[in-house]
Design a protein. Structure first.
Length: 364
């Protein structure tokens, strides 16, 4: 029996299993087996085609990367050209963009790579088109922007499903689970919460993934699916923004109606440059980046060239980003700005910086 036959069989069985407390353990087992087979199929197929992780031979560059996806002719190329230095071909026909085109958006001193990724189509996660390659590009970016127009609003849910099927979790945090494997003693479950899932079901899922002995700390009300995500270990958690383009073609009444049905969507006209500033600000906020101005002793910092780093980073992480030697030889830092109680305050390596802080490093 092929992997696919086995998968179809299990999926049929799952669809016939009623959803209630009594069938929880059975459903958990079925779902785990389905997830494992999907992963097995995936690695099997990529072995056959001999393809490695990143498709299209693309390299990451800049401080962060964004993938721009959506149905053909939604306006991906138009938007990319408005936001970046890229020259992405704009066409009246579908499938004008056959390869991924990168551009760089310069914003607040950061260089943000935006990739025009055309091939995310319905069926991509099953390998339709160059689906697998396309998904592996998307997987490696920091933010996904899905662009559509009023004619293709119904595609949104399906494209989200394609991303989900390929192990990409949108606007979701990794499950709050800590696992410490042991050699004996069974599964020892610890949680400060009252969980909806039965302890038995949870243990069964761990066993399905070959973990028989471990201390497990669970700090959120997990579901079968989020626990499988954790156990599978190859899921990625990426920020996600949905935009509706071509609002210049809509009446006020039509817009109001769509806004009601899709409250989370951002409305733009790439062609007319409507709402693009707000949209770029939204990109920046979702990337969760901040600026740190490095200062040499006795000199003014260069405010045009910030170091771009994740929000919540420490002095130590800044050192690491600049040079390993900096991290090794660090003595203390002086900090100006929002995270300092007074100008030029002395801080240690674990100090958490805030946006637009000025940082002066002192070494041993
Ligand atoms: N009315 C209108 N047309 C747009 C807008 N943005 C893009 N278009 C048009 O939509 C068509 C497809 O655009 P393109 O950027 O090539 O879409 P892509 O296939 O997603 O890259 C072109 O004819 C564009 O001129 C917009 O904001 N308003
Ligand atoms: Mg295009």
């Amino acid at each position: 029996m092929s992997i696919q036959d086995r998968l179809d069989e299990l999926k049929l069985k799952l669809s016939k299993t009623p959803v209630n407390k009594g069938t929880e353990k059975e459903r958990a087992k079925l779902k785990a087996n389905i997830a494992k087979l999907e992963d097995k199929k995936e690695s099997h197929e990529s072995k056959i085609s001999g393809k490695k992780g990143l498709g299209y031979g693309l390299r990451k560059s800049g401080d962060a990367s964004i993938s721009l996806v959506g149905p053909p002719s939604a306006g991906k190329s138009t938007l990319l050209n408005k936001l970046t230095n890229a020259e992405s071909e704009i066409g009246y026909y579908e499938f004008t963009t056959l390869k991924v085109i990168p551009g760089v958006l310069n914003y607040k001193g950061a260089q943000i790579q935006i990739l025009d990724v055309p091939g995310l189509i319905i069926g991509a996660s099953k390998g339709k088109g160059r689906g697998k390659e396309v998904l592996s590009v998307i997987r490696n970016t920091d933010l996904i922007v899905l662009i559509t127009d009023y004619k293709r609003l119904k595609d949104v849910k399906q494209l989200e499903q394609e991303l989900y099927n390929s192990g990409i979790r949108l606007n979701q945090q990794p499950p709050l689970i800590r696992l410490k494997k042991k050699v004996s003693g069974g599964i020892n479950l610890l949680t400060p919460l009252k969980l909806d899932l039965d302890e038995d079901t949870i243990k069964e899922l761990f066993r399905e993934y070959g973990i028989a002995n471990a201390d497990v700390l669970i700090r959120e009300n997990i579901t079968i699916d989020t626990l499988i995500d954790f156990l599978a270990g190859n899921r990625v958690y990426i920020h996600f923004i949905e935009i509706l383009n071509k609002i210049d073609e809509l009446s006020k009444g039509e817009l109001i109606k769509i806004k009601k049905d899709f409250p989370k969507m951002t409305f733009i006209s790439a062609d007319k440059s409507w709402n693009l500033n707000r949209f770029v600000e939204q990109l920046w906020n979702n990337l969760e980046l901040m600026r740190v101005y490095m200062k040499r002793i006795g000199k003014e910092p260069d405010r045009k060239a910030p170091l771009i780093i994740k929000i919540g980073s420490t002095v130590d992480q800044v050192c690491e980003k600049i040079h390993k030697e900096f991290q090794k030889n660090f003595n203390y830092a002086r900090v100006w700005g929002k995270s300092a109680k007074f100008e030029g305050q002395n801080k240690g390596r674990h100090h958490i910086l805030l946006d637009e802080d000025v940082l002066e490093l002192h070494f041993k």
